[in-house]
Each structure stands twice: as structure tokens, then as C-alpha cells.
Design a protein. Structure first.
Length: 506
């Protein structure tokens, strides 16, 4: 069941629930003051009789003592005024979604008109970011539940956010909604089980999702890649019954940019639809989670959907390498030496360090074919990045300080946390082999850094490049404010922001 979010100057008459903001310290918002004075001090009485409610960000309290009206009134904590910003309003929206769902609300008026004088955040932004928080938190992956939830529970149907700046909020939310679509696609792809999402079905899915939006989608199959020399990527996929694929997505700036103009920026994603480890088999417990090993590719596909849906005036390329890493009699082995598309030979010491082999060939193909100025690759590449940063931050390796600053700024705008990690010649050196040019395994230490060092061998010297290891952030085992547990869609929003701020013609 879907629900609608809209913005209006006047409250809707059919609402069963009305939401009114209270700042921390129990300062009433304008809407709360108005209600209080027309309805016999009801807000103040309720606050006095419920001393546990402090107005902290996202706290909610049902309003008792209300004499008139039949709506359920919810007091919503906004936190401290000086701490409020776009991200805080999204968090509030996410927490409000949970409270409204629990309460069984269906038609809801949210008074954003009473929330004013927030530093650096306009009235329209307040409303649109509350809406974005609600929307992001509303995501569910219920495709494989045979009992439909709408059969047993009432659902939120209609949310109206009351604001004087309703048309400006509507404009903003148009764009945010497009971004949310991209995030949701990335989440859907990561949540999809590996028996239905394998390289062949995934490539088709990308075509079906993006072509109708005007994205040019090209799919290279195994035969084509074999002819061209994708020896590293194909080695990873050779143990699987499913054909490996390389999918190239091109968005050409809403027709405002010359069709063949060079794309300044390109994104590359690791799309291992299931990572068993191959012959270097992973342990059984938790292996099911390795369906998320295509999280980097999902972020790229989700990003392409976001920028195409909002018709971004930018030229952007996305490339994903889709393989399934399986053990079988045809599988590649530890000890194999493969020749990558770049011509560099790689000694395979562990078939579970497969992502870097896939990325190596995808990166080479990208640079040979399109010569972008900036490349960003995304991958659930190493367990080591989770040892270093846990689940909160992704690890970002950048060979250019400006590119890092741009990414950091975009990350600050969205709240998706990025941490810079070191690229260093010593890590690259560690990946040199005695018998081949490179090896795919470093020592037991600094595994995320040596993986990045390995990738660096496939980046042209003059190309600005960032490698983002999202092993800890592509999948969350617990709910977060605006992200339900499961596939997160991280960092579609940050990449979208980067494109918007730095690669788009205004
Ligand atoms: N897909 C894994 C990394 C991973 C681990 C992603 C946990 C998400 C959650 C990757 O292919 C892998 O297995 N890496 C190995 C590399 C090692 C063999 C050098 C690892 O991190 O253990
Ligand atoms: Zn692996
Ligand atoms: Zn992997």
C-alpha cells in the first residue's frame, strides 16, 4: 500500500491525527501555542501531567485534556532549536513515522507552520526534510511475504504537511522524492535473495528499471568480455552456472548536453550477487548475508535512477560488474594466475578476495572507453573496513584532496558518514607478487588499505579517484532513524549530492 505526502497552507478536514511540535525545554511551537489558547490550556496541562516528555528530538506524546475536536493530537518533540538542521528534521520525520504507525493513524496533518526561526533552514526545507524522513523510514521489503500486511493492519494513507511555504516545499520534495526512489531501488536490490538476483537477472532488471527513465543501458556478456580480455572479472564468475555481466549505464544530461560529450564523472560498483568465498569457502554461519555483496553496484544503479528521475543536467556513467562467486569444478583456484583487461597479471591467493578482481577489469574498461576525469568506485570490499570503522562510517580512499573535500561536504549534507582512509605506496607495493605482476592478497593487517592499494594499480595517473568501501554500511542489522534494517541504500544520497553540487550545469 502506498501513501501520499503533500504540502498545504490549510489543515485537511478529514485528518484523524494532528501533529504539533514542541521544542526541548517545552517551548511551544506557534501551532502548539494556538491550540493551547483556543482549547483551554490543553497543551500545558498535558505537559504538566506527563513530566517524562521533555520535547527531545523525535519524542512523541498523545495529547489528553483536549476538550474540542475529535482528532488524535500528537505532541512531537523537536529537540533544541539551535541543534535543528536538515538532517535533524529527517530524523524527526523518521521517528514520527514509527509513532504514527504504532498509533494506527491513517490521515495525518503535521503542523510545520509553527516551526520557525531555524538557523540556515528555510520553512520550506523544514517541511520537505520532515517529509523525506517519513518517506525514507516508510520503506519495506515485503515482496516475499504471502500474507499481505494491508489485510490485517490499518496503514498510513495520507500525510499533509501544513506550511506557509507549501509550493516551495512541494518543489523541493519533488527532487527529494526522486532521490528516495533511487535509495529504495538500491535497498530493493540488496534485499533481493540471491536465487532471484543473479548476474543474468540483475542485468535485465537494471535495463527494465533504467531504460524507461532515459538511461542508456548496455550489457556485455561473457563471450564479449572473453574476447576483450576481462580475465580477472571472468575468473571470479567462472565457477557459477550464471553468466557474468558488465552493465554500462549512461545518463546524458536530460538532452541538454551533447550526446557524445565526455562524462566528467563515472561510478563503478562491485556486483557480486553472492559471495561464497569460492574455493576459499567462507564459514557457514552468516553466509546468507553475502547476498549483500552487490551493495556497491546497487548504490550505482540507485544513483542512476535518482539522477534520471530528477532529470539531472549532468553527464554521468555508471558501470557495474556482476558475478556470482561459487565453488565448483570450474571455479578459479588459489594459485591461479589470471591476466586482467589491463594486461597486468594477478596471482590469486584467495578466491574470497574477489571483489578487487571484478573492479580491476571494470575500472580498466571504464578508463579505456570513456576516460572520465573523476572515478568513484563502491564496493562491499573487505571485512577489514568493518574492523576499522564498524557500521557507522564507510571508508573512503581518495587520491585527490579536492575530491575528498567534495565527498565529505556531500556526506555532511546527507548524514551518511564518510571517513577518509590512507592510500599509500607501501600498500600498493604490498600487493606485488613474486610470480605475477600483482597478487590479490596482502598480509593479515590493514586489509582495507591493501585492497585499495591493489585497486590503485588499475587507475591512470591523471585520474581523480575515490574508492569507497561500504562493507559495514550497505546492510544494517538494526533499525536506524530513517533506515529500516536490511539493505540501506548507502550512499546513494551522498553521491547524488556530489553530482548535484559539483558536476551539474545549472
Ligand atoms: N565480500 C567480502 C567482504 C565483506 C565482508 C563484505 C563482510 C560485507 C561483509 C569480500 O569479498 C571478502 O570476502 N573479503 C575478504 C578479503 C580477504 C580474503 C583478503 C575479507 O574481508 O575477509
Ligand atoms: Zn569475498
Ligand atoms: Zn565479496
Amino acid at each position: 500500500m502506498t501513501f501520499s505526502i503533500s504540502f498545504a497552507k490549510q489543515p485537511q478536514n478529514d485528518a484523524d491525527t494532528v501533529v504539533i511540535g514542541i521544542f526541548e525545554g517545552l517551548e511551544l511551537s506557534k501551532a502548539a501555542t494556538a491550540l493551547n489558547s483556543t482549547q483551554n490550556d490543553c497543551v500545558q496541562k498535558c505537559l504538566t501531567s506527563h513530566p517524562n516528555f521533555k520535547g527531545k528530538s523525535g519524542e512523541t506524546l498523545s495529547l489528553a485534556h483536549c476538550e474540542k475536536g475529535h482528532s488524535h493530537i500528537v505532541l512531537l518533540g523537536l529537540g533544541k532549536k539551535d541543534k535543528l538542521n536538515n538532517i535533524a528534521f529527517e530524523t524527526i520525520g523518521g521517528k514520527l513515522w514509527v509513532a504514527l504507525q504504532k498509533a494506527g493513524s491513517q490521515k495525518i496533518n503535521i503542523h510545520a507552520d509553527g516551526i520557525e526561526d531555524i538557523k540556515d533552514t528555510s520553512t520550506a526545507e523544514i517541511a520537505a526534510h520532515i517529509a523525506m524522513g517519513l518517506k525514507l523510514k516508510s520503506y519495506k521489503f515485503r515482496k516475499y511475504k504471502t500474507e499481505k500486511e494491508e489485510d490485517k493492519k490499518v496503514e498510513i494513507e495520507k500525510i499533509t504537511i501544513i506550511t506557509d511555504a507549501h509550493s516551495a516545499a512541494d518543489n523541493l520534495y519533488n527532487t527529494y522524492g526522486a532521490i528516495a526512489e533511487g535509495v529504495f531501488l538500491a535497498r530493493d536490490l540488496v534485499n533481493e535473495p540471491p536465487n532471484t538476483l543473479h548476474p543474468e537477472s540483475y542485468a535485465e532488471r537494471i535495463k527494465n528499471e533504467l531504460k524507461p527513465l532515459g538511461v542508456d543501458v548496455e550489457i556485455l556478456d561473457e563471450k564479449q568480455m572473453l574476447k576483450m580480455g576481462f580475465g580477472a572479472l571472468l575468473a571470479v564468475g567462472q565457477g557459477s552456472i550464471r553468466e557474468s555481466k558488465l552493465v554500462i549505464m549512461k545518463w546524458n544530461g536530460n538532452g541538454k548536453i551533447k550526446k557524445n560529450a565526455k562524462a566528467p564523472i563515472a561510478f563503478v560498483g562491485k556486483g557480486v550477487t553472492f559471495d561464497t568465498g569460492g574455493i576459499s569457502l567462507k564459514p557457514g554461519p552468516g553466509m546468507d548475508l553475502m547476498k549483500m555483496d552487490m551493495g556497491g553496484s546497487a548504490a550505482v544503479v540507485g544513483l542512476m535512477k535518482a539522477i534520471a528521475t530528477r532529470k539531472a543536467n549532468a553527464n554521468v556513467i555508471g558501470i557495474v560488474g556482476l558475478v556470482e562467486n561459487m565453488p565448483s569444478d570450474r571455479a578459479y583456484r588459489p594459485g591461479d594466475i589470471v591476466t586482467s583487461l589491463s594486461g597486468k597479471t594477478i596471482e590469486v591467493l584467495n578466491t574470497d578476495a574477489e571483489g578487487r578482481l571484478v573492479l580491476a577489469d571494470a575500472l580498466t574498461y571504464l578508463q579505456n572507453t570513456y576516460k572520465p576525469d573523476v572515478i568513484i568506485d563502491l564496493a562491499t570490499l573487505t571485512g577489514a573496513i568493518m574492523v576499522a570503522l564498524g557500521f557507522e562510517y564507510c571508508g573512503t580512499f581518495a587520491n585527490d584532496d579536492d575530491l575528498w573535500s567534495q565527498l565529505k561536504e556531500a556526506s555532511d549534507n546527507t548524514g551518511e558518514k564518510f571517513w577518509r582512509m590512507p592510500l599509500d605506496a607501501a600498500y600498493s607495493k604490498e600487493m606485488e607478487s613474486e610470480v605475477a605482476d600483482l597478487k590479490n592478497l596482502g598480509s593479515a593487517y590493514g586489509g582495507a588499505c591493501t585492497a585499495a592499494g591493489f585497486l590503485g594499480h588499475f587507475i591512470n595517473e591523471d585520474t581523480k579517484w575515490a574508492h569507497i568501501d561500504i562493507a559495514g554500511t550497505a546492510w544494517w542489522k538494526t533499525d536506524k532513524a530513517t533506515t529500516p534494517k536490511g539493505g540501506t541504500g548507502f550512499p546513494v544520497r551522498t553521491l547524488n549530492d556530489l553530482v548535484e553540487k559539483h558536476f551539474e550545469k545549472k
